[in-house]
Design a binder for this molecule. Structure first.
Ligand code: 5GP
Length: 191
């Protein structure tokens, strides 16, 4: 998506350790009109697919997850990164390795909110090695729900997580795919 790529080039900051900082429009301050444009693009990509729920993971996925769910007219479910006391009863869980924090956590959601009757679209902000998406896919499969696919705002293609998932038959749509990125040379997108 051209508008997103332009915003990444203008405001994104490449940090050491292959991390792209996009706090000014995506991770801390949210450009709400760009988020709505991105949501419309996801709606276009998944047109004709009977998605009835959007699933994301707290915290950074919630903004775009909400925008996509609202544009589709379906509920948003966000999976929690810890087993909070307000998640009670039967729960679905998956262990996920956090790329940005270098730790493992147990993603948890009430089994009431994702069921075998659901056709789920996973939405997240970033795709790097694919650990977060894999954890969400595991949760959706353990619920017996149908996975429509995934939609992410920024995929770091050079880390390979997205292509690995695609090779396993998972539909992964990314609104911008970074092919190369370095502090010295900046950002190159996949075409
Ligand atoms: P993965 O699980 O695919 O390795 O990493 C995806 C998760 O790590 C995303 O949910 C996102 O929060 C975080 N992440 C990975 N790479 C980056 C990055 O370059 N910048 C930011 N802001 N978050 C990232």
């Amino acid at each position: 998506m051209r508008a997103l790529e332009e915003k990444i080039v203008k405001e994104g900051l490449v940090l050491d350790g292959n991390v792209l900082k996009v706090g000014s429009f995506l991770n801390q301050m949210v450009d709400t009109s760009l988020a709505q444009e991105m949501a419309q693009e996801v709606v276009r990509l998944y047109k004709g697919v009977p998605v009835n729920k959007v699933v994301t993971i707290e915290a950074s996925g919630i903004a775009i997850g909400f925008a996509v769910a609202a544009a589709m007219g379906v509920p948003l479910v966000f999976v929690k990164k810890s087993h909070a006391s307000n998640v009670s009863g039967n729960v679905l869980t998956a262990r996920i390795h956090s790329y940005t924090h270098s730790t493992d956590y147990t993603a948890t959601v009430s089994a009431d909110y994702i069921t075998k009757d659901d056709c789920v679209l996973i939405v997240d902000d970033f795709l790097a090695n694919g650990e977060a998406l894999r954890g969400l896919i595991e949760i959706i499969r353990s619920a017996g729900a149908t996975l429509a696919g995934c939609a992410v705002q920024i995929e770091k293609g050079f880390q390979g997580g997205g292509d690995q998932l695609r090779s396993e038959g998972v539909r992964v749509e990314s609104l911008a795919i970074i092919e190369k990125m370095s502090v010295e040379e900046g950002i190159t997108f996949r075409r």
